[in-house]
Design a protein around this ligand. Structure first.
Ligand code: MRU
Length: 357
């Protein structure tokens, strides 16, 4: 029997078991299973195989995973400890290339170890625990804030279209793109939610539809190719999507299909909102050209989900997991620190400037 996922955190540290606890997203919506992972290889595989997925959730999982790896290092000598710790961090970093939260979280953990190099190794491990927990806890507040800001852009009864899953399951809780709907529902708002199925891995069909229908939102699942028709019908007042990496110029890299949706939204005059915690903004990427797009196995397209293989053996397959919506198509970026509008180059830089102050 399916449990209510909003009774659980997607990703957390289970100290009793000394494990990373995740909801196994590859089993949803058919069955609900929590995995307790202790080994670095298993955590790497869980990220790679999308048992835990979504940019913020990947970052939190990596931070907790790296803390658990640190606990396993038996040397009391800092140089030896840090060498093994860094190798574990580099290994986790190789699990997926596009979501910048992975690298952001690992960098925070590495900096914690480096800045405290003068302390005894057991104390460094305590500080790594605190940092991993901080990364986890901050995510909850960040998502709630994104939800509040996003909600200010829509009104009761609006039709909202979303792609992939940037909901509860993509973060510790609440999500980014779906956070305005969670917060709105808590305040008594009703929305009509359109979830794009999101080929090839069906995060929209399996996860977003599950999330939205389980909180009682009026949820309609559509194939990716139907978004234009739905917008033409006038059923969508706003598109909300998540983001894996936002470049300094506002180009927004997200699940494959996002760029096409942004083009369609522009055509029909529907605002296109990108929900991105500041941990997803990568000012070192000047534009989409600087972002590595993950390519995944052809089998995800040719045989996964089908009883029998549905494409001829040997057919060439192109399977990019992400694409980038041009900044010119983005109406606004919703961060935990507020809503950023064009010109993004100037306004995103200002957001980070404020943070330094
Ligand atoms: O391949 P996935 O399922 O990890 O892709 C996830 C997305 O594209 C999300 O929209 C993005 O990570 C933002 S999650 C808040």
């Amino acid at each position: 029997m399916i449990k209510n996922i909003t009774d659980y955190e997607t990703v957390s540290l289970d100290e009793g078991r000394g494990a990373l606890a995740i909801i196994d997203q590859t089993r949803l919506p058919g069955s609900f299973e929590i995995l307790y992972l202790t080994k670095l290889e298993d955590i790497h595989r869980a990220i790679r195989s999308l048992q835990v997925r979504g940019a913020p959730a990947i970052g939190v999982a990596a931070a907790i995973g790296l803390y658990l790896a640190a606990l396993e290092i038996d040397s009391a000598e800092y140089e030896v400890f840090y060498g093994r710790f860094k190798a574990a961090s580099d290994y986790l970093a190789s699990s997926r290339p596009t979501a910048v939260n992975l690298f952001w979280a690992l960098r925070r953990m590495e900096e914690t170890a480096r800045q405290n190099c003068a302390l005894p190794v057991p104390r460094i491990k305590e500080l790594l625990r605190a940092e991993a927990i901080a990364i986890h806890d901050e995510d909850i507040g960040v998502c709630r804030a994104i939800g509040e800001h996003g909600l200010s852009l829509i009104k009761d009864g609006d039709g909202i279209l979303t792609h992939c899953n940037a909901g509860w399951l993509a973060t510790v809780k609440y999500g980014t793109a779906l956070a305005p709907i969670y917060i709105g529902r808590m305040k008594g708002y009703s929305f009509r939610v359109f979830t794009c199925e999101t080929r090839p891995l069906l995060q929209g069909a399996r996860l977003s539809s599950l999330e939205m229908s389980s909180i009682g939102a009026d949820t309609t699942l559509i194939c990716d190719s139907m978004a234009s028709q739905v917008m033409k019908n006038g059923w969508v007042q706003a598109v909300f999507v998540g983001c894996d990496r936002l470049a300094a110029n506002g180009d927004a890299c997200n699940k494959i299909g996002t760029s096409g949706l942004a083009i369609i939204a522009k055509h029909y005059g529907v605002p296109f909102y990108v929900c991105a915690p500041t941990s997803t903004i990568d000012l070192s990427a000047k534009s989409a050209e600087d972002i590595v797009i993950e390519e995944r196995p052809p089998e995800e397209i040719t045989e996964m989900w089908f009883k029998e293989r549905m494409a001829p053996e040997g057919v060439k397959v192109y399977n990019p997991a992400f694409d980038c919506a041009d900044a010119a198509l983005v109406t606004a970026v919703i961060t935990e620190r507020g809503i950023v509008r064009p010109p993004f180059g100037k306004n995103l830089a200002a957001l980070f400037q404020e943070r330094k102050i």
